[in-house]
Design a protein around this ligand. Sequence first.
Ligand code: GLA
Length: 744
Amino acid sequence: MKKFTLLLAMALLSAVPTSAKKAKSEPLTIDPTPRVIEIATDRTSMVLTVDEDGSLMFDYYGKKLDDPTPFLSKKSYRRVDFCTDPMAYITQGGREQRQASLAVTHSDGDLNTKLGYVSHTVDSRGSAVVTTVQLTDSKMPFDVRLVYEAYPSQDVIVAHSEITNRETGDVRLRNYFSANISLTADRYYLTQFGGAWAREMSMFESELTRGIKSISSQKQVRAVQLENPSFMLSLNRPLDENTGEVVAGALAWSGNFDLSFEVDDFDILNIRAGINPYSAEYTLHTGETFITPDVILTYSGEGAGEASRNLHDWARECGGVYDAENACPTLLNSWEGAYFDFDPTVLKHMIDDAADMGLEMFVLDDGWFGNEFPRNSTKQGLGDWQVNLAKLPGGIDEIASYAVSKGLKFGIWIEPEMISPRSELARKHPDWVVGRNTGREMTTTRNQWILDLSNPEVQDFVFGVFDNTMKLSPHISYIKWDANRHVENTGSPYLGADEQSMFWVKYTQGLYNVYKRIREAYPDVIIQACASGGGRVEYGALRYNDEAWTSDNTDARTRVFIQYGTSHIYPSVMMGSHVSTVPNHQTGGITPLKFRFDVAMSGRLGMELQPKHLSDKEKAFARNAIATYKQLRPTIMHGDLYRLHSPYEKGNYASLMYVEKDKSRAVMFTYCFEYRGRDTVCRLKLTGLDPERKYRLREVNVEDKPVFWGEGMVFSGEYLIDEGVNLPLTKRYTSAVFVLEAVE
Ligand code: GLA
């Protein structure tokens, strides 16, 4: 039943990625009758009004209004010859002077567009209330629909636009953003997430000044580690966890994106979000409609914490993350434990150890394929997705069956969009390689090129890689789908010379076509989105993927920061988090096994090391921690997140807590990552508990003795919230995990 609901939701959502549709060509007339359109959730309102020249204005986004009608009177002080207030969808031409969400070259060469209100509808779709506002140009037969899906109980509004050409010739889309929203405050503080490979989702805050600040990517195929397509915007004061007005947003698009923030000469902030127009002019033929990707928005009057919880609820309950209801199993991944160096015996021993420690799945990573060009290093083999029979003579099924015989599920790695120059596929299909059509020298990154997913034949091939891999054994439950480079050599051998700038969009549309086919054929397979770590941590990919690999950096200390940043926008259920060996392969850092487990247990727990290198004592600790995790998993995966202390704040410690929706149980994690000298306690107020209830506090994953004097004691929720707990964690890489169970 649940799968059916998911598929139904997907069918409805399938309108969301960009696509071209044929439009009806009924004439549309602007109706300038003043009116208010409120898009409301349980606790928020967004208000649009129709002005006296038919312009659709963006008036308000914030806490729920009892009565939005006063905004109608605002028009009396607006000047129609000059736009003091922003419009709901800013175009090049007409009254607006702010950066345009829509800029097109009409079929007659005119660069201007002035949209006016035609009509609007309000419908329900599942739990969403969908408001669709029809606009049309004042001169040309050219229309835009603005679509706002309001999710009442999650306080999330998902917006996109649909652009239709009814002119007699082609229209060239130059800017085709999904939405713009405007906010008014004295000061604006932008928090962005990003950093670099192996430092994904680091947090940076800056106060916005006059002008334009942009968070964007221009490299395609993945959202890139440098900048994530998401933000938190705090009004009047820097971002705080529990107080202040915050608007958070994320774009569901796996290609080039642009989120820009313009503070104008009226001190109004205009946020524009959508596909990056850089080098991406798109031709819209007569009768076609371009559907832009979704922008997911939430407003919180109670700081970043509430904004995150709203987004998490939406992601888990409204299709933001594929099948978020079912958390992924705990697993052992072969990558950092074996890399390319394995045979059936090595893998079977790893499986034995995984089963012995109580893990639920074994994932065979890179290195299992290629015969003429065996994939024994990153130098070759991508594209040749046949089992390397010299390495695995019994095929994948031998390993998968063995895993299943030991009570484990089995998963496998693929990187189907990529091709090694040294591969049989490169010899057979030079016409499938991005950039090969340019006749220029080809660069490689990680010794690989990219397949041209704008080509339907390549889409079939990529679907086939997935499909054929699944057929290697009836026991495959999980696919890790990697994408390890971005586009340096631009160019599609498939698209025509005058269509080259459409490559960026067509690639992502091609990827989504493949994802959709895969989900129709394999609704139950668990898929992890990986892109050199966290390059596909974004809601465009997550709609089809159950989880993501947030970073190739498995150092527990760095992970505290990466996971802390990720948690602002994305829920824990999508966050693969592995215990790896020390010294850590990326950073050289050495952290205790307990610290590594305590960090990994705050997401979807896994291990990524060679278990035979663990001592018996370490294995016993792991066995115990994995068993504990399985008991606590429902709270960690589906509870409300309360961040109790930021790793960026004073103190060199971090803490977070997941609280069951009914407040009956909570799991709290605290990590100290520097020696704290005479500063002897981590002070934590357990916001999020029920002040009226009593909770028994119990430490888990204890190595020697419990750290807290209150071990096993019952405390009132009120005490834990107001007075809190003082944990004597002072040494570098000490940590503690507590369970709080309501006793009355
Ligand atoms: C990427 C991934 C890793 C691993 C390797 C395999 O770097 O992020 O987790 O799968 O590829 O080549």
